[in-house]
Design a protein around this ligand. Structure first.
Ligand code: FDA
Length: 512
């Protein structure tokens, strides 16, 4: 309508008022020919293509564009979705599941992605939030073959959301989470102020390192500690079907995966596969990186996990950056793919997460395999904790799943057709699996990983009615007792709940 057109125009005038750039350089309204391509550029889950769309996408070129987006959105009562890499599982960085459909704009940080490595100074780097993990890994490895960064596996994941939610990958047992390796940050808060660690204070600095993205302000850059990696690392992938003893090996892994040498990470992928005469069985895949050479790996594996029968021929020595390529499925291709920001393959997907504190009893594993076989195309990804994760206090960052947690489970299913039937089928399989797993996973509260965001766990009501008590349902699953401190920090930095969304941290304001 002309009324809303008028509002949009006024909002745009507000945005460009103070900035030197013209709006066509960083504002994409629904009329803009590039609106759809910019909106789709980093979305990986196709499920949310029909949900409400932003009035505009703003791709700031400078911090002042972010400041005016915040201030103008407040004036016009628009909401903001902050997007770095667009990999949020529920699409919360670019869509809204809000039934009142309050108007919102997407603040997409893809143009703010510089990476500055300060290797003479304790090996740190300033990384802007719009960079991807792949870009960071690429530039770090260019700097030195003995430097790396402990974060996730998929190169198109954005730095901004990933670090905000914790972030783990194949070096978790040696160096902990990505968020454990942050020494400073720059955030633009609800008042448009640019704050660093010193000016934001330790409470807010604590909250942004794992409390989940989007609740506290726009984190524009992170100062990361780069970590030492050896000249050579060793990788292997060993697969065993149930018929080949996969179940027993998995059982053994439950006891050793978290207690092996910190240099050794063995994750497990479980999925149905087709075998002869069209029969389906379960395949248990051991997917591993060792921070050292093959001969040492064989010694450790033979000593701590002899049942695996690991041999030299199963292993491959390579540089750390080659192992990044290996884990992301690009081994042998040009390193340049790490800088390719286009997420592929896009598909429809659904996921949930759990944590395991006691090995699942061996005699119950058969049930697990049976439930997996009932799925169309599921994969269970089990990532060991232990090592460095055991040494970090539960309260030292918002991520609470530390000592005593054996491994994380991600249940994941993807599919290609966009029909509602297909969606329903996959969603019901997932809910069945999750329900059935209840006795075997962490409880009171049942743990979940905020970076594998799951809206089934619960949702906020609208911004004026957000209830801390209601949010505890899902907040305690992601953060355990840290949820309360997160809500108090939110109460200090954003008491009016401007940065509100389906699973934002609700403000807890103490009355005197
Ligand atoms: P996106 O831009 O969608 O943001 C996610 C959330 O953070 C949103 O709520 C958003 O508003 C907020 N946010 C984003 N940028 C912000 C900023 N600058 N300031 C404040 N808030 C911000 N995880 C893991 O730990 N290990 C892994 O190996 C993988 N692998 C993996 C593979 C694939 C294919 C996917 C899709 C996802 C993963 N993940 C993962 C999960 C991933 O860590 C998680 O989805 C991150 O939140 C994604 O960060 P993006 O910046 O890409 O997301």
């Amino acid at each position: 309508s002309s009324y809303s057109q008028n509002i949009d125009d006024k909002f745009l005038q507000c945005l460009v008022k103070d900035s030197k750039a013209t709006k066509s350089e960083f504002v994409f309204t629904q009329q803009h020919t590039k609106y759809s391509s910019v909106l789709q550029s980093s979305t990986i889950n196709l499920r949310f293509s029909k949900t409400p769309k932003p009035l505009a996408i703003i791709t700031p070129l400078t911090y002042s564009h972010i400041q005016s987006t915040i201030l103008c959105s407040k004036t016009f009562k628009f909401r903001i979705r902050i997007r770095s890499g667009g990999h949020d599982y529920a699409g919360l960085s670019y869509t809204s599941h809000d039934h009142n459909q309050s108007p919102f704009v997407v603040l997409d940080l893809k143009e703010l992605r510089s990476i500055t490595i300060e290797s003479n100074n304790n090996n740190t780097a300033w990384v802007e939030s719009g960079a991807t993990l792949g870009e960071l890994y690429y530039w770090v490895s260019k700097q030195s073959k003995n430097l790396g960064f402990p974060a996730g596996v998929c190169p198109t994941v954005g730095i901004g959301g990933h670090i905000s939610g914790g972030g783990f990958g194949v070096m978790i047992r040696k160096y902990g989470l990505a968020a454990d390796n942050i020494v400073d940050a720059r955030i633009i808060d609800v008042n448009g102020w640019v704050l660093d660690r010193k000016s934001m204070g330790e409470d807010l600095f604590w909250a942004i390192r794992g409390g989940g993205g989007g609740s506290f302000g726009v984190v524009v850059a992170w100062k990361v500690n780069l970590v030492h990696v050896p000249d050579k690392v060793t990788v292997f992938t060993l697969s065993k079907t149930l018929e080949q003893g996969g179940s027993n090996l998995f059982n053994k892994w439950q006891y050793v995966g978290h207690s092996l040498s910190q240099d050794l990470f063995i994750r497990v992928l479980i999925q149905p596969v087709l075998v002869e005469n069209g029969k389906r069985t379960i395949q248990v895949v051991f997917n591993s990186m060792y921070l050292g050479t093959v001969d040492r790996l064989i010694k450790i594996a033979t000593h701590s996990f002899p049942e695996l029968g690991l041999q030299e021929k199963d292993c491959r020595e390579m540089s750390w950056i080659e192992s990044v390529m290996y884990f992301s499925g690009y081994y042998g291709e040009s390193m340049d793919v790490l800088k390719d920001r286009k997420p592929e393959p896009r598909s429809y997907f659904n996921a949930k997460s759990d944590y395991v504190k006691e090995p699942i009893p061996k005699e119950r594993l058969g049930e697990l395999w049976k439930w997996c076989l009932e799925g169309d195309n599921p994969i269970l990804i089990m990532e060991p904790h232990g090592g460095r994760m055991d040494e970090i206090e539960e309260t030292s960052t918002p991520y609470p799943h530390r000592k005593g947690y054996l491994y994380n489970i991600q249940y994941y299913e993807k599919w290609d057709d966009g029909s509602n039937e297909s969606l329903q089928k996959h969603v019901s399989w997932m809910r069945m699996m999750y329900e059935n797993m209840t006795p075997y996973v962490s409880k009171n509260p049942r743990g979940a990983y905020v970076n594998y965001r799951d809206l089934d766990l619960g949702l906020n009501d609208n911004a004026d009615n957000t209830s801390y008590l209601k949010a505890m349902q899902w907040g305690n699953k992601y953060f355990r007792d840290n949820f309360r401190r997160l809500a108090m920090v939110k109460g200090m930095v954003d008491p009016h709940n401007f940065f509100h969304f389906e699973q934002s941290i609700p403000p807890l304001v103490m009355s005197k």
